[in-house]
Design a binder for this molecule. Structure first.
Ligand SMILES: Cc1cc2nc3c(=O)[nH]c(=O)nc-3n(C[C@H](O)[C@H](O)[C@H](O)COP(=O)(O)OP(=O)(O)OC[C@H]3O[C@@H](n4cnc5c(N)ncnc54)[C@H](O)[C@@H]3O)c2cc1C
Length: 381
Protein backbone atom coordinates (compact mmCIF):
# COMPACT_ATOMS: atom_id res chain seq x y z
CA UNK A 1 0.00 0.00 0.00
CA UNK A 2 1.42 3.43 -0.91
CA UNK A 3 1.68 5.83 1.96
CA UNK A 4 1.56 9.63 2.21
CA UNK A 5 1.72 12.24 4.90
CA UNK A 6 -1.62 13.75 3.87
CA UNK A 7 -4.42 12.76 1.48
CA UNK A 8 -6.84 15.35 0.14
CA UNK A 9 -10.23 13.93 -0.88
CA UNK A 10 -11.88 16.06 -3.58
CA UNK A 11 -10.05 18.31 -6.04
CA UNK A 12 -12.56 21.09 -6.55
CA UNK A 13 -11.12 24.54 -5.86
CA UNK A 14 -10.84 23.90 -2.10
CA UNK A 15 -9.06 20.54 -2.43
CA UNK A 16 -6.83 21.91 -5.21
CA UNK A 17 -5.66 24.71 -2.97
CA UNK A 18 -5.17 22.34 0.00
CA UNK A 19 -2.96 19.93 -1.98
CA UNK A 20 -1.04 22.85 -3.51
CA UNK A 21 -0.39 24.31 -0.06
CA UNK A 22 0.75 20.94 1.36
CA UNK A 23 3.12 20.36 -1.55
CA UNK A 24 4.57 23.86 -1.07
CA UNK A 25 5.31 22.91 2.55
CA UNK A 26 7.29 19.91 1.32
CA UNK A 27 4.68 17.49 2.65
CA UNK A 28 4.16 14.22 0.78
CA UNK A 29 0.59 14.71 -0.37
CA UNK A 30 -1.86 12.95 -2.66
CA UNK A 31 -5.05 14.47 -4.06
CA UNK A 32 -7.90 12.20 -5.15
CA UNK A 33 -11.01 13.03 -7.13
CA UNK A 34 -13.90 10.82 -8.18
CA UNK A 35 -14.17 12.43 -11.63
CA UNK A 36 -11.93 14.05 -14.25
CA UNK A 37 -10.00 17.32 -13.88
CA UNK A 38 -12.73 19.65 -15.24
CA UNK A 39 -15.94 17.70 -14.58
CA UNK A 40 -19.15 19.65 -14.07
CA UNK A 41 -20.87 17.64 -11.31
CA UNK A 42 -19.81 19.72 -8.31
CA UNK A 43 -19.47 23.43 -7.59
CA UNK A 44 -16.17 24.62 -9.08
CA UNK A 45 -16.57 24.12 -12.82
CA UNK A 46 -16.90 27.19 -15.04
CA UNK A 47 -15.05 29.96 -16.79
CA UNK A 48 -15.37 32.58 -14.05
CA UNK A 49 -16.20 33.54 -10.45
CA UNK A 50 -16.46 36.89 -8.65
CA UNK A 51 -13.87 38.14 -6.15
CA UNK A 52 -15.00 41.16 -4.11
CA UNK A 53 -14.15 42.52 -0.68
CA UNK A 54 -16.80 45.19 -0.07
CA UNK A 55 -18.65 42.21 1.30
CA UNK A 56 -22.35 42.72 2.02
CA UNK A 57 -22.26 39.43 3.91
CA UNK A 58 -20.25 41.15 6.66
CA UNK A 59 -16.89 42.51 7.78
CA UNK A 60 -16.20 39.30 9.72
CA UNK A 61 -15.16 37.72 6.41
CA UNK A 62 -12.41 40.29 5.81
CA UNK A 63 -9.44 38.41 7.33
CA UNK A 64 -10.16 35.33 5.21
CA UNK A 65 -10.88 37.49 2.14
CA UNK A 66 -7.62 39.39 2.55
CA UNK A 67 -5.64 36.18 2.88
CA UNK A 68 -7.38 34.75 -0.19
CA UNK A 69 -6.63 37.92 -2.15
CA UNK A 70 -2.91 37.59 -1.32
CA UNK A 71 -2.95 33.97 -2.44
CA UNK A 72 -4.79 34.72 -5.73
CA UNK A 73 -2.21 37.44 -6.38
CA UNK A 74 0.61 34.97 -5.71
CA UNK A 75 -0.99 32.39 -8.01
CA UNK A 76 -1.24 34.98 -10.79
CA UNK A 77 2.43 35.88 -10.29
CA UNK A 78 3.31 32.20 -10.85
CA UNK A 79 1.26 31.92 -14.06
CA UNK A 80 2.11 33.07 -17.56
CA UNK A 81 -1.56 33.29 -18.56
CA UNK A 82 -4.25 35.38 -16.85
CA UNK A 83 -6.03 33.60 -13.99
CA UNK A 84 -7.65 36.80 -12.72
CA UNK A 85 -9.12 39.66 -14.77
CA UNK A 86 -9.50 43.06 -13.15
CA UNK A 87 -12.99 44.33 -13.95
CA UNK A 88 -14.06 46.29 -10.86
CA UNK A 89 -17.34 45.40 -9.15
CA UNK A 90 -20.67 47.23 -9.21
CA UNK A 91 -23.19 46.35 -6.51
CA UNK A 92 -26.60 47.81 -7.23
CA UNK A 93 -29.74 47.81 -5.12
CA UNK A 94 -32.87 49.54 -4.07
CA UNK A 95 -32.31 52.00 -1.20
CA UNK A 96 -34.98 50.03 0.67
CA UNK A 97 -32.86 46.88 0.83
CA UNK A 98 -29.49 46.06 2.29
CA UNK A 99 -26.83 44.91 -0.17
CA UNK A 100 -25.43 48.33 -1.08
CA UNK A 101 -25.42 49.68 2.48
CA UNK A 102 -23.92 46.48 3.91
CA UNK A 103 -21.23 46.44 1.22
CA UNK A 104 -20.40 50.04 2.07
CA UNK A 105 -20.16 49.21 5.79
CA UNK A 106 -17.67 46.41 5.11
CA UNK A 107 -15.70 48.57 2.68
CA UNK A 108 -15.41 51.26 5.35
CA UNK A 109 -14.47 48.76 8.07
CA UNK A 110 -11.75 47.25 5.89
CA UNK A 111 -10.47 50.46 4.22
CA UNK A 112 -11.40 48.99 0.88
CA UNK A 113 -11.42 51.61 -1.88
CA UNK A 114 -14.99 52.23 -3.03
CA UNK A 115 -17.26 54.86 -4.45
CA UNK A 116 -20.98 55.43 -3.84
CA UNK A 117 -22.95 56.14 -7.02
CA UNK A 118 -26.49 57.40 -7.50
CA UNK A 119 -28.78 56.10 -10.22
CA UNK A 120 -27.81 58.84 -12.73
CA UNK A 121 -24.08 58.16 -12.26
CA UNK A 122 -24.60 54.43 -12.85
CA UNK A 123 -26.64 55.14 -16.00
CA UNK A 124 -23.86 57.35 -17.34
CA UNK A 125 -20.97 55.00 -16.58
CA UNK A 126 -22.63 51.62 -17.01
CA UNK A 127 -25.48 52.09 -19.47
CA UNK A 128 -26.21 48.36 -19.52
CA UNK A 129 -27.95 48.67 -16.12
CA UNK A 130 -31.51 50.01 -16.00
CA UNK A 131 -31.67 52.17 -12.87
CA UNK A 132 -34.76 53.72 -11.30
CA UNK A 133 -34.49 56.78 -9.05
CA UNK A 134 -34.85 54.78 -5.83
CA UNK A 135 -31.71 52.79 -6.59
CA UNK A 136 -28.09 53.32 -5.63
CA UNK A 137 -24.80 51.51 -6.09
CA UNK A 138 -21.36 51.00 -4.68
CA UNK A 139 -18.38 50.55 -6.99
CA UNK A 140 -15.36 48.56 -5.79
CA UNK A 141 -12.49 49.18 -8.23
CA UNK A 142 -10.42 46.31 -6.79
CA UNK A 143 -13.05 43.61 -7.42
CA UNK A 144 -12.16 41.07 -10.08
CA UNK A 145 -13.08 37.95 -11.94
CA UNK A 146 -11.19 34.73 -11.18
CA UNK A 147 -10.96 32.52 -14.26
CA UNK A 148 -12.23 29.50 -12.38
CA UNK A 149 -11.19 26.45 -14.42
CA UNK A 150 -7.91 28.04 -15.41
CA UNK A 151 -7.05 29.03 -11.84
CA UNK A 152 -7.91 25.61 -10.43
CA UNK A 153 -5.89 23.81 -13.12
CA UNK A 154 -3.00 26.20 -12.48
CA UNK A 155 -3.11 25.29 -8.78
CA UNK A 156 -3.13 21.59 -9.61
CA UNK A 157 -0.22 22.03 -12.04
CA UNK A 158 1.71 23.94 -9.42
CA UNK A 159 0.95 21.26 -6.82
CA UNK A 160 2.35 18.56 -9.11
CA UNK A 161 5.37 20.74 -9.84
CA UNK A 162 5.90 20.97 -6.09
CA UNK A 163 5.80 17.18 -5.72
CA UNK A 164 2.14 16.31 -5.07
CA UNK A 165 0.58 13.22 -6.61
CA UNK A 166 -2.92 13.48 -8.10
CA UNK A 167 -5.39 10.75 -9.04
CA UNK A 168 -8.57 11.41 -10.99
CA UNK A 169 -11.37 8.90 -11.57
CA UNK A 170 -10.66 7.69 -8.04
CA UNK A 171 -13.63 7.75 -5.69
CA UNK A 172 -12.74 7.29 -2.03
CA UNK A 173 -15.34 4.94 -0.58
CA UNK A 174 -14.08 4.48 2.98
CA UNK A 175 -11.87 6.22 5.53
CA UNK A 176 -10.64 3.85 8.27
CA UNK A 177 -8.70 4.81 11.38
CA UNK A 178 -6.29 2.16 12.59
CA UNK A 179 -3.51 2.41 15.16
CA UNK A 180 -3.01 6.15 14.81
CA UNK A 181 -2.88 5.94 10.99
CA UNK A 182 -5.60 6.34 8.40
CA UNK A 183 -6.43 4.14 5.41
CA UNK A 184 -8.39 5.35 2.42
CA UNK A 185 -10.12 2.71 0.31
CA UNK A 186 -11.28 3.53 -3.18
CA UNK A 187 -14.24 2.28 -5.20
CA UNK A 188 -11.80 0.58 -7.60
CA UNK A 189 -10.19 -1.44 -4.80
CA UNK A 190 -7.00 0.57 -4.13
CA UNK A 191 -5.89 1.59 -0.66
CA UNK A 192 -3.69 4.45 0.54
CA UNK A 193 -2.18 4.90 3.97
CA UNK A 194 -1.74 8.38 5.37
CA UNK A 195 -1.23 10.22 8.61
CA UNK A 196 -3.74 13.01 7.95
CA UNK A 197 -6.70 13.72 5.65
CA UNK A 198 -8.37 16.84 4.29
CA UNK A 199 -11.96 16.22 3.18
CA UNK A 200 -12.95 18.75 0.51
CA UNK A 201 -15.81 16.96 -1.19
CA UNK A 202 -18.10 19.98 -1.68
CA UNK A 203 -21.79 19.00 -1.87
CA UNK A 204 -20.93 15.31 -1.32
CA UNK A 205 -19.70 16.12 2.18
CA UNK A 206 -23.30 16.05 3.40
CA UNK A 207 -23.45 12.34 2.57
CA UNK A 208 -20.02 10.87 3.32
CA UNK A 209 -17.15 10.72 5.83
CA UNK A 210 -17.97 13.62 8.19
CA UNK A 211 -21.17 12.60 9.92
CA UNK A 212 -21.32 15.49 12.35
CA UNK A 213 -21.82 18.13 9.63
CA UNK A 214 -24.83 16.45 8.04
CA UNK A 215 -27.58 18.09 10.08
CA UNK A 216 -26.27 21.55 9.19
CA UNK A 217 -25.82 21.22 5.42
CA UNK A 218 -28.19 21.23 2.48
CA UNK A 219 -26.88 20.68 -1.07
CA UNK A 220 -29.02 22.45 -3.65
CA UNK A 221 -28.89 22.55 -7.41
CA UNK A 222 -28.94 26.03 -8.95
CA UNK A 223 -29.11 27.11 -12.58
CA UNK A 224 -26.73 29.54 -14.23
CA UNK A 225 -27.39 31.28 -17.56
CA UNK A 226 -25.45 32.97 -20.38
CA UNK A 227 -26.84 35.86 -22.44
CA UNK A 228 -25.83 37.80 -25.56
CA UNK A 229 -26.30 41.54 -26.05
CA UNK A 230 -28.93 42.53 -28.60
CA UNK A 231 -27.35 43.46 -31.96
CA UNK A 232 -25.74 46.90 -31.79
CA UNK A 233 -25.56 46.87 -27.97
CA UNK A 234 -22.38 44.78 -27.64
CA UNK A 235 -20.11 47.63 -26.55
CA UNK A 236 -22.03 48.08 -23.25
CA UNK A 237 -20.87 44.61 -22.25
CA UNK A 238 -17.22 44.82 -23.30
CA UNK A 239 -15.10 43.13 -20.61
CA UNK A 240 -13.15 46.39 -20.19
CA UNK A 241 -16.36 48.31 -19.55
CA UNK A 242 -18.75 45.92 -17.86
CA UNK A 243 -17.89 45.01 -14.25
CA UNK A 244 -18.70 41.95 -12.18
CA UNK A 245 -21.94 42.85 -10.46
CA UNK A 246 -24.65 42.16 -7.90
CA UNK A 247 -28.16 43.46 -8.45
CA UNK A 248 -30.68 43.38 -5.64
CA UNK A 249 -34.34 44.04 -6.44
CA UNK A 250 -36.65 45.78 -3.97
CA UNK A 251 -38.27 42.40 -3.18
CA UNK A 252 -34.86 40.99 -2.17
CA UNK A 253 -34.12 38.92 -5.29
CA UNK A 254 -30.35 38.97 -5.71
CA UNK A 255 -28.75 38.54 -9.09
CA UNK A 256 -25.01 38.20 -9.75
CA UNK A 257 -23.14 38.34 -13.03
CA UNK A 258 -19.83 38.52 -14.83
CA UNK A 259 -18.63 39.82 -18.19
CA UNK A 260 -18.35 37.40 -21.08
CA UNK A 261 -15.16 35.37 -20.93
CA UNK A 262 -13.81 33.50 -23.96
CA UNK A 263 -16.92 34.70 -25.85
CA UNK A 264 -19.16 32.49 -23.66
CA UNK A 265 -21.73 35.26 -23.16
CA UNK A 266 -22.61 37.40 -20.12
CA UNK A 267 -22.98 34.98 -17.21
CA UNK A 268 -25.87 35.64 -14.83
CA UNK A 269 -27.59 33.71 -12.03
CA UNK A 270 -29.87 34.22 -9.07
CA UNK A 271 -28.01 33.95 -5.77
CA UNK A 272 -31.07 33.40 -3.59
CA UNK A 273 -33.71 31.85 -5.86
CA UNK A 274 -34.24 28.79 -8.04
CA UNK A 275 -32.50 26.53 -5.50
CA UNK A 276 -33.80 22.97 -5.35
CA UNK A 277 -32.60 20.51 -2.74
CA UNK A 278 -30.76 17.70 -4.54
CA UNK A 279 -28.31 14.86 -4.11
CA UNK A 280 -25.14 15.52 -6.16
CA UNK A 281 -24.93 11.77 -6.91
CA UNK A 282 -28.19 11.79 -8.84
CA UNK A 283 -28.70 15.31 -10.03
CA UNK A 284 -31.43 16.16 -12.46
CA UNK A 285 -29.47 18.54 -14.71
CA UNK A 286 -32.29 20.07 -16.74
CA UNK A 287 -33.11 23.75 -16.19
CA UNK A 288 -36.90 24.00 -16.15
CA UNK A 289 -38.86 26.34 -18.43
CA UNK A 290 -40.38 27.93 -15.32
CA UNK A 291 -36.91 28.95 -14.13
CA UNK A 292 -35.74 30.04 -17.59
CA UNK A 293 -38.85 32.20 -18.01
CA UNK A 294 -38.47 33.77 -14.56
CA UNK A 295 -34.88 34.66 -15.39
CA UNK A 296 -35.83 36.00 -18.85
CA UNK A 297 -38.46 38.30 -17.27
CA UNK A 298 -35.92 39.63 -14.79
CA UNK A 299 -33.28 40.19 -17.49
CA UNK A 300 -35.78 42.17 -19.53
CA UNK A 301 -36.42 44.37 -16.48
CA UNK A 302 -32.77 44.91 -15.50
CA UNK A 303 -30.73 44.63 -18.73
CA UNK A 304 -32.96 45.76 -21.60
CA UNK A 305 -30.03 45.60 -24.03
CA UNK A 306 -29.50 41.85 -23.45
CA UNK A 307 -31.46 39.31 -25.44
CA UNK A 308 -33.53 37.78 -22.57
CA UNK A 309 -33.45 34.29 -24.08
CA UNK A 310 -30.34 32.61 -22.63
CA UNK A 311 -27.95 31.11 -25.15
CA UNK A 312 -27.07 28.42 -22.62
CA UNK A 313 -27.89 27.30 -19.10
CA UNK A 314 -26.43 24.74 -16.77
CA UNK A 315 -26.90 23.23 -13.30
CA UNK A 316 -24.31 23.80 -10.58
CA UNK A 317 -24.33 22.99 -6.84
CA UNK A 318 -24.38 25.15 -3.74
CA UNK A 319 -23.79 23.49 -0.35
CA UNK A 320 -25.84 25.64 2.00
CA UNK A 321 -25.16 25.77 5.70
CA UNK A 322 -27.82 26.85 8.17
CA UNK A 323 -26.30 30.34 8.47
CA UNK A 324 -24.88 30.80 4.95
CA UNK A 325 -21.34 30.61 6.32
CA UNK A 326 -18.57 28.07 5.74
CA UNK A 327 -17.58 25.18 7.98
CA UNK A 328 -13.83 24.63 8.35
CA UNK A 329 -12.91 22.32 11.21
CA UNK A 330 -11.38 19.07 12.41
CA UNK A 331 -13.63 16.08 12.78
CA UNK A 332 -14.31 15.15 16.38
CA UNK A 333 -13.35 11.51 15.57
CA UNK A 334 -9.76 12.19 14.56
CA UNK A 335 -7.50 15.20 15.20
CA UNK A 336 -5.75 14.72 11.84
CA UNK A 337 -8.88 14.74 9.70
CA UNK A 338 -10.03 18.21 8.72
CA UNK A 339 -12.78 19.32 6.36
CA UNK A 340 -13.95 22.43 4.59
CA UNK A 341 -17.30 22.90 3.00
CA UNK A 342 -20.61 24.71 3.01
CA UNK A 343 -19.54 27.14 0.34
CA UNK A 344 -23.11 28.46 0.50
CA UNK A 345 -22.69 29.76 -3.03
CA UNK A 346 -19.92 32.26 -2.25
CA UNK A 347 -16.89 30.13 -1.45
CA UNK A 348 -14.77 30.23 -4.59
CA UNK A 349 -13.17 33.60 -3.87
CA UNK A 350 -12.08 32.33 -0.43
CA UNK A 351 -10.83 28.95 -1.61
CA UNK A 352 -7.04 29.51 -1.54
CA UNK A 353 -7.32 30.56 2.10
CA UNK A 354 -9.89 27.87 2.94
CA UNK A 355 -7.76 25.07 1.43
CA UNK A 356 -4.70 26.37 3.22
CA UNK A 357 -6.63 26.57 6.51
CA UNK A 358 -8.04 23.04 6.25
CA UNK A 359 -4.60 21.68 5.34
CA UNK A 360 -2.98 23.41 8.32
CA UNK A 361 -5.64 22.01 10.65
CA UNK A 362 -4.96 18.48 9.36
CA UNK A 363 -1.23 18.74 10.01
CA UNK A 364 -1.62 20.37 13.42
CA UNK A 365 -0.44 23.87 12.46
CA UNK A 366 -2.19 26.98 13.72
CA UNK A 367 -4.33 28.63 11.07
CA UNK A 368 -3.03 31.88 9.59
CA UNK A 369 -6.47 33.45 9.90
CA UNK A 370 -8.72 32.73 12.90
CA UNK A 371 -11.15 29.96 12.02
CA UNK A 372 -13.44 30.63 14.95
CA UNK A 373 -16.27 32.03 12.80
CA UNK A 374 -16.18 28.84 10.73
CA UNK A 375 -16.09 26.23 13.52
CA UNK A 376 -18.84 23.62 13.68
CA UNK A 377 -19.31 24.45 17.36
CA UNK A 378 -21.35 27.53 16.38
CA UNK A 379 -24.13 25.03 15.59
CA UNK A 380 -23.43 22.32 18.13
CA UNK A 381 -22.51 24.54 21.11
C1 LIG B 1 -23.23 28.75 -10.46
C2 LIG B 1 -22.29 29.08 -9.34
C3 LIG B 1 -21.72 30.33 -9.28
C4 LIG B 1 -20.87 30.67 -8.24
N1 LIG B 1 -20.31 31.91 -8.24
C5 LIG B 1 -19.42 32.21 -7.27
C6 LIG B 1 -18.75 33.47 -7.32
O1 LIG B 1 -18.93 34.27 -8.24
N2 LIG B 1 -17.86 33.74 -6.33
C7 LIG B 1 -17.62 32.88 -5.31
O2 LIG B 1 -16.82 33.19 -4.43
N3 LIG B 1 -18.22 31.66 -5.26
C8 LIG B 1 -19.10 31.31 -6.21
N4 LIG B 1 -19.72 30.09 -6.20
C9 LIG B 1 -19.39 29.11 -5.12
C10 LIG B 1 -18.12 28.33 -5.45
O3 LIG B 1 -18.07 27.96 -6.80
C11 LIG B 1 -18.02 27.13 -4.52
O4 LIG B 1 -17.98 27.65 -3.20
C12 LIG B 1 -16.76 26.31 -4.73
O5 LIG B 1 -16.63 25.95 -6.08
C13 LIG B 1 -16.83 25.04 -3.84
O6 LIG B 1 -15.71 24.24 -4.14
P1 LIG B 1 -15.43 22.87 -3.42
O7 LIG B 1 -14.05 22.50 -3.77
O8 LIG B 1 -15.83 22.97 -1.99
O9 LIG B 1 -16.49 21.83 -4.04
P2 LIG B 1 -16.49 21.08 -5.46
O10 LIG B 1 -16.04 21.96 -6.54
O11 LIG B 1 -17.85 20.49 -5.61
O12 LIG B 1 -15.42 19.94 -5.30
C14 LIG B 1 -15.67 18.76 -4.59
C15 LIG B 1 -14.91 17.66 -5.30
O13 LIG B 1 -14.93 16.49 -4.48
C16 LIG B 1 -14.99 15.37 -5.33
N5 LIG B 1 -15.49 14.23 -4.55
C17 LIG B 1 -16.68 14.13 -3.91
N6 LIG B 1 -16.78 12.95 -3.26
C18 LIG B 1 -15.61 12.31 -3.50
C19 LIG B 1 -15.10 11.04 -3.09
N7 LIG B 1 -15.80 10.22 -2.32
N8 LIG B 1 -13.86 10.67 -3.51
C20 LIG B 1 -13.11 11.50 -4.30
N9 LIG B 1 -13.56 12.71 -4.72
C21 LIG B 1 -14.79 13.10 -4.31
C22 LIG B 1 -15.92 15.80 -6.44
O14 LIG B 1 -15.74 15.02 -7.60
C23 LIG B 1 -15.52 17.26 -6.63
O15 LIG B 1 -14.56 17.42 -7.65
C24 LIG B 1 -20.59 29.73 -7.22
C25 LIG B 1 -21.17 28.46 -7.27
C26 LIG B 1 -22.01 28.13 -8.31
C27 LIG B 1 -22.60 26.75 -8.34
Amino acid sequence: MKSYDVAVIGLGIVGASAVDYLAAEGIRAIGLDAFGPTHGFGSSRGESRIFRRAYWEGAAYLPLLNRAHDLWTALQADCDVPVVVHTGGLFVGSKATGVVRSSRDTARAGNIPHEMLDAAQVRERYPAFRMSGDMEAIYEPGAYMVLADRARLAMLDRAVGRGAELRFGTRVSKVTHSGGGITLSTASGDSFACAAVVVATGPWIAGEFIEEVRPFLRPVRVPIYWFRPRPGEESEYDPGRFPVFLHEASDGRLLYGLPSQDDAGVKIGFHNRQQVEADPRMPDRVVSDVFRNEMADYIEEVFPSLDPVPIRSRICFYTLSNDGNFIIDRTRHHPNVSYASACSGHGFKFAPAVGESAARLAIGKDPIVSLEPYALSRFTG
